[in-house]
Design a protein around this ligand. Structure first.
Ligand SMILES: Cc1ncc(COP(=O)(O)O)c(C=O)c1O
Length: 425
């Protein structure tokens, strides 16, 4: 049975790195910037993209490659590109298909850093975004599209709104508009959801989160589904010769992998925003326990959400695993589990919430989410601080919202910690 047929669990452990006879069983860290070749001609072929192989670690590296292969297997894509951060993955996922003068549509319930990237930095580069409310009916959503619209971007489970993406609705909209659906699958991970199976075209992650899972390495990844038709007339950069590579035509020369090859040989070549071999090693190590960790994250988050929902000092709880969540039923359709992040508000508002956060002992206040240790954060004053009021509303961030990333510690200890902290509010 080949690895393409293996389950997510088996590929999480064994996919990607394929040691030959006598080679290390564990993925090594190839801490080398350079690669030796016998002839000048062999190197020239690499430069012309006529032969596969590594030439310089600003473009590719064997440790990164093994991690990329594993992520492509897990998501069911044709290829992947590991980047220096999740923000880089978001940047390249759009900029690989949009130029100055172009536009794209993004669901507004997004990580705050992504909103800032799309609305401020992209604007300076001449690429405009329309942030939309995902709950709008299709006929309203269609009105945001223009002739120069190049993509739809959304998160599977939004950070921190925890809205679940309606894949059927957004993938059919993307198809109708002739643009790819790009999905940030950070909170779900390929263990809980594989967006490509639900009509997405490109998947990206902040691997800093559950993929690494231990809060050791900042990183990102883009996975190419390989099915989008770049020859539909909307993407001339894919079908016309790239003069920076002696006339390479990405769709002609790289077929299904046109998008991911172009992202590497243009964006990674020109910016150097690649993942380091060390971080690829650690991220790969994290993946080896992805399925085991995610089961525990989901179980603990469900139990903490139920505890908080029943607590007299808690005014509201938002967790897709609760029946009270607006997307609970839809979530069951697309997700194997509801992941490890929940949000809640304390009676008495933001200041009472602050007291609870400051009183926690096991759960720490950290600017992170999705690692093995339970942590909390106040998005309105932290990750989403730069957003306007309108953007905060679309992102689902209220002033009293506390985000909890439920770790894999013993759930009784986690609940006892929140119980004692709430008693001080
Ligand atoms: C859903 C999501 N996407 C992207 C990012 C950005 O990733 P990074 O911090 O690795 O750049 C984050 C960071 O929190 C995130 O939560």
């Amino acid at each position: 049975m080949g690895k393409e047929k293996w389950s997510v669990e088996t590929n999480a452990v064994q996919g990607g790195w394929e040691p030959k006879n006598g080679e290390p069983r564990v993925l090594p860290i190839f801490q080398s910037t350079t690669y030796r070749y016998d002839t000048a001609e062999a190197v020239a072929k690499l430069f012309d993209l006529q032969a596969p192989g590594h030439m310089y670690s600003r473009l590719s590296n064997p440790t990164c490659e093994a991690f990329e292969k594993k992520m492509a297997l897990l998501e069911g894509g044709v290829g992947a590109l590991a980047t220096s951060a999740g923000q880089t993955a978001a940047t390249i996922s759009i900029m690989n298909i949009a130029s100055a003068g172009d536009h794209f549509v993004a669901v507004g319930a997004l990580y705050g850093g992504t909103v800032a990237l799309f609305t401020n930095t992209f604007k300076k580069m001449g690429v405009e975004v329309s942030l939309v409310d995902a709950d709008l009916p299709l006929e309203k959503l269609r009105t945001y599209f223009r002739k120069n619209t190049k993509a739809i971007f959304a998160e599977t489970i939004a950070n921190p709104a925890l809205d679940i993406l309606d894949f059927d609705k957004f993938s059919s909209l993307a198809k109708e508009m002739g643009v790819p659906l790009i999905v940030d699958n950070t909170f779900a991970t390929p263990y809980l959801c594989q967006p490509l199976k639900h009509g997405a075209d490109i998947v990206m992650h902040s691997t800093t989160k559950y993929v690494d899972g231990h809060a050791t390495s900042v990183g990102g990844i883009i996975v190419d589904g390989g099915k989008f038709d770049w020859k539909n007339g909307n993407f001339p950069e894919f079908t016309e010769p790239d003069e920076s590579y002696h006339g390479v035509v990405y769709t002609r020369d790289f077929g299904d992998a046109a998008y991911i090859v172009k992202a590497r040989v243009q964006w990674i070549r020109d910016t150097g925003a690649i993942m380091s071999p060390m971080n690829a090693f650690l991220s790969n190590l994290g993946l080896e326990t992805l399925h085991v960790r995610m089961d525990r994250h989901c179980e603990n988050a469900q139990k903490l959400a139920e505890f908080l929902e029943a607590h007299p000092k808690v005014s509201w709880v938002n967790y897709p695993g609760l029946k009270s969540h607006k997307h609970h039923e839809m979530g069951k359709k697309y997700l194997k589990g509801f992941s490890g992040v929940l949000t809640f508000g304390v009676k008495g508002g933001a200041s009472a919430g602050e007291t609870v956060m400051n009183s926690l002992e096991l759960a720490a206040i950290v600017v992170h989410v999705a690692d093995v240790r339970t942590c909390v954060l106040h998005p309105a004053s932290m990750t989403h601080r730069q957003l306007t009021e309108e953007e905060l509303k679309l992102a689902g961030v209220t002033p009293d919202l506390i985000r909890v990333s439920v770790g894999i510690e013993n759930i009784d200890d986690i609940i006892a910690d929140f119980d004692q902290a709430l008693s001080r509010a």
